[in-house]
Design a protein around this ligand. Structure first.
Ligand code: HEC
Length: 144
């Protein structure tokens, strides 16, 4: 046995394996670079209304409580598909607008942000944009 598995065999397996997985890595990186831009429809962010909604999303720290396509905090519901879950942008806006300022006793509640109607439109447009990103079927169901 020791005669057949020599040092040079071990070295060849090492170099061959390294090269093989390097090629797999490069191929997958290349494939990702092709697919991702088509999936996230980044060009939509050139729409000023959606960009404004994204800005409001970031500056109000929604992600401090919510997840968006799985990223964020697990305190409050996933919002990547909230437009689908609540049925319409109108329902999303009504939810955000209708939060009681004093919170809801005995349960986790969402703050009242006092957004203008213009801000609410922008947020709803941003959330609708997110719901249309092809995230490889994430979230797995409408409940998030
Ligand atoms: C302090 C934590 C907190 C922050 C910050 C927060 N939320 Fe929420 N949000 C919640 C909680 C908790 C719920 C679930 C409330 C409930 O069911 O009564 C919720 C629910 C929602 C829902 C309804 C989700 C559903 O499935 O019914 C929407 C839409 C929403 N939030 C949008 C936002 C947006 C947009 C922002 C940022 C502007 C934001 N939230 C910031 C805590 C937060």
């Amino acid at each position: 046995m020791s005669g057949t598995f020599t040092t040079s065999t071990a070295r060849n397996i090492f170099y061959g394996g390294t090269l093989f997985f390097l090629l797999v890595f490069l191929a997958l990186t290349f494939q990702n670079e092709q697919i991702i831009p088509k999936r996230d429809r980044r060009e939509m962010l050139a729409n000023p209304q959606i960009a404004e909604g994204k800005k409001l999303w970031e500056t109000n720290n929604c992600i401090g409580c919510h997840t968006l396509l799985g990223e964020g905090a697990y305190f409050a519901p996933e919002l990547g598909n909230v437009v689908v879950r609540l049925g319409s942008k109108e329902a999303v806006k009504a939810f955000i607008k209708g939060r009681p300022a004093e919170g809801i006793a005995g349960r986790r509640s969402m703050p009242q942000f006092n957004f203008s109607d213009k801000d609410l439109d922008a947020i709803a447009d941003f959330l609708e944009y997110v719901s249309k990103i092809d995230a490889a079927k994430w979230p797995p169901n409408v409940q998030g």
